[in-house]
Design a protein around this ligand. Structure first.
Ligand SMILES: *Cc1c(COP(=O)(O)O)cnc(C)c1O
Length: 218
């Protein structure tokens, strides 16, 4: 399965013409530590979790040195635990930025983050609206313990291709805006099991895949 997914990513990358590196993140939420090990054995080095507590419990049982990505919405009172991840994809408010900056400072590290942008405007999705991004960028300039590496977005579930492309291009524009604000923001985390090929065509550098690798979640 992983080989086929990698082939599809490579083909989509060639079609898209962005010439980006693409990191495959295996989303292991709801699965046990065995899923992390299976991913590792298939050559995957990055795993994604959407809940801090579940990730911490799993991490304690995993001995292979994967990079841990936090991809789910985060409460400010979990900032301390979130600061232990390798990359937080779900930075979606000024207040969370302040909390993460403080937690990373206390941990004596610089935390890499992506700004989650809600391009589609769906109220069910978290993320900064595109028009809020410049205020967010001003705030992030002051966060000395955060390193802004790019943008994360989620497209509407089961949307048609034209809608997906519009959302993914919106995320790309948001990345350009962060770059214009002076951040070394080269990453675009976008694409899940149902839409990763379109996302890679549109320039995704990180795809977050659960179902297509591990089957459905119960
Ligand atoms: C669960 C989840 C994924 C993976 O979804 P699949 O459709 O199973 O690939 C990706 N991103 C986020 C933020 C998720 O919560």
């Amino acid at each position: 399965m992983v080989a086929e997914v990698r082939d599809r990513i490579a083909a989509a990358r060639a079609r898209g013409g962005h010439a980006q590196d693409v990191t495959l993140i295996a989303v292991t939420k709801t699965h046990g530590p065995d899923a992390v090990l299976a991913a590792w054995e298939a050559g995957i080095r990055d795993v994604g979790e959407n809940k801090v507590q579940e990730a911490e419990a799993k991490r304690a049982l995993v001995t292979v040195p994967v990079r841990w990505h936090l991809i789910g919405h985060l409460q400010r009172n979990k900032a301390k635990q979130a600061a232990a991840f390798d990359l937080v994809h779900s930075l979606d408010s000024d207040r969370l930025a302040v909390a993460l900056d403080e937690a990373a400072g206390q941990a004596g590290r610089v935390l890499e983050v992506l700004v989650q942008v809600n391009v589609s405007g769906e109220t069910s999705k978290s993320g900064v609206a595109p028009h809020e991004l410049s205020a967010m960028a001003d705030r992030l300039q002051l966060c000395r313990h955060l390193r802004v590496r790019g943008v994360m977005t989620m497209a509407p579930f089961d949307a048609e291709e034209s809608v997906l492309r519009a959302v993914f291009r919106g995320a790309r524009d948001a990345r350009t805006q962060l770059q214009a604000s002076g951040f070394a923001a080269e990453w675009l985390s976008m694409g899940m099991s149902g839409d990763y090929e379109v996302a890679v065509e549109e320039g995704a550098t990180h795809v977050r895949l659960g179902t297509v690798l591990f089957g459905g979640r119960t």
